[in-house]
Design a binder for this molecule. Structure first.
Ligand SMILES: [Zn+2]
Length: 464
């Protein structure tokens, strides 16, 4: 079946914007991207919309959607501890409702591809339910010796095999995520590196996110080190940066996605470039948790024209970001870089739109299929119809997307040629997902939220 979508602007990303453009979709793939020929009866005209590739959210935790607003205003490590406490009150049905609601929020906001880290595994089923493409990384934890590396690895292999079987026939790949240098011990990192290499699994690691993490690695000091001492967790500070430490564990490679990268240096950059690792940039989460502003010029190699940046934009979980709105994320990314560097050229609207599409696809190793409107790629796209007041007029679609648009301006999301969200189906959000009944999911989310409310505000022993 052939579908023709027309819009006032078509944004291929790999080429200049096309005024009054058309995207032709055939058998789930893009067949043509061009100026719209004279009207034909079967074309769908999206009016004054901007038709663009689906957004790539390079770092999410769909599982944590129900924690939106539950863990506010704590220092980074106290926030981590509160999140761990909050997780204990939820059961598998809660996780599934939470992740599915989050996947619906993603698709309604124009996101078609995710790099998601899941502990419960629910995010995989949520992504399948909404038709999302991407990489679902099974998280692994194990800083103390309470479980042997062998026991953790045996359990992980079983989980990954089940997930790979469940993902058969979808556009989802399964990876593994050793959570962070302060939640995974060295022997476990090395076992995970061997497993990932042998089974060809992509890796995702939270890295160089906070000063607390840096203090732990460089000097064995700070709030994380104090918690280790209280709990009797053995720790020898390696005395090096996070990137050097991860490299010594063997986990940096071309299939490794690093997340955050606030505390990084030129020397680190040389190392991750040599290994070919990619980054997910999460500016709102970094700012809200008081961790800082990641040096994007370093992450993206922007001062080096030979670089092909493998940096994507990530919302991180709504437990730290509160909204999965990649338009707001783009806006914050540009404003923070310009504010910190005191330079309007620090990051442009066109560059951040590329990061939120093709950059994310590159970071996840999916750029042959996603991230731009090009014939042969999967028909993953979204149409953004800037609001009747705040989105008018449009002179430059890049400027409108970054400085004006909101997730709620998305009118249509298509994944693999299937319409997964269509705002013209009804005024109520529940009516806009052709393949999903959101009502029972919302009811179950409310049950999970009541459990969290009963334990709120998750005060933990860590205060700094
Ligand atoms: Zn994260």
């Amino acid at each position: 079946m052939t579908l023709r979508l027309r819009a006032q602007w078509v944004l291929p990303i790999t080429g200049p914007p096309i005024g009054n453009g058309e995207v032709v979709v055939e058998a789930g793939r893009i067949a043509a991207v061009r100026p719209a020929p004279p009207a034909v009866p079967d074309a769908r005209d999206l009016g004054n919309a901007i038709l663009m590739p689906g957004l790539v959210n390079a770092h999410t935790h769909l599982d944590y959607t129900v924690m939106r607003g539950a863990l506010e205003d704590r220092p980074f490590f106290a926030w981590v501890r509160a999140l761990v406490a909050c997780k204990t009150v939820l059961d598998p049905e809660d996780w599934l409702a939470s992740a599915t609601f989050g996947a619906a929020e993603a698709v309604a906001g124009g996101i078609t591809t995710v790099g998601d880290c899941t502990d419960s595994g629910a995010a995989l089923h949520a992504a399948i339910a909404l038709g999302l493409s991407g990489v679902i990384y099974q998280e692994v934890f194990g800083i103390d010796e309470s479980r042997t590396v062998d026991a953790i690895m045996t359990e992980l292999r079983g989980k990954v095999e089940r997930m790979q079987s469940d993902a058969t026939g979808t556009a989802l790949t399964i990876g593994i995520s050793p959570h962070a240098p302060y939640t995974v011990r060295p022997a476990l990192f090395r076992a995970l590196a061997d497993y990932a290499r042998g089974a060809q699994l992509p890796l995702c690691i939270h890295a160089a996110e906070s000063r607390a993490e840096q203090e732990l690695l460089q000097a064995g000091a700070g709030p994380i080190a104090r918690m280790f001492a209280r709990r009797g967790i053995a720790w020898q500070a390696p005395g090096v940066s996070t990137i050097a430490y991860l490299d010594a564990q063997g986990v940096l490679g071309p299939h490794t996605l690093l997340v955050h990268g606030v505390q990084v240096t030129e020397a680190d950059r040389a190392l991750w470039r040599e290994r070919g690792a990619a980054w997910a940039h999460c500016p709102k989460s970094n700012a809200k948790l008081g961790n800082g502003v990641a040096p994007l010029t370093l992450l993206a190699g922007r001062d080096d024209p030979t670089d092909c940046p493998r940096v994507g934009l990530g919302s991180d979980s709504v437990a730290s970001n509160n909204t999965m709105d990649l338009f707001e994320e783009m806006r914050v990314a540009v404003l923070l870089q310009r504010a910190v560097q005191q330079d309007v050229g620090a990051l442009t609207a066109r560059e951040i739109v590329e990061m939120a599409t093709l950059g994310g696809a590159r970071a996840l190793g999916m750029d042959a299929q996603a991230g731009s409107l090009e014939p042969g790629k999967r028909a993953d796209l979204c149409a953004v119809c800037p609001g009747a007041l705040h989105g008018v007029p449009v002179y430059d679609p890049y400027s409108t997307l970054v400085y004006t648009a909101r997730a709620s301006d998305v009118m249509l999301t298509m994944i693999g040629g299937e319409i997964r969200y269509d705002a013209t189906r009804g005024n109520r959000i529940e009516d806009r997902f052709p393949h999903l009944d959101l009502r029972p999911i919302r009811r179950r989310l409310d049950v999970a939220a009541r459990k969290i409310r009963a334990r709120y505000p998750f005060d933990t022993e860590v205060t700094s």
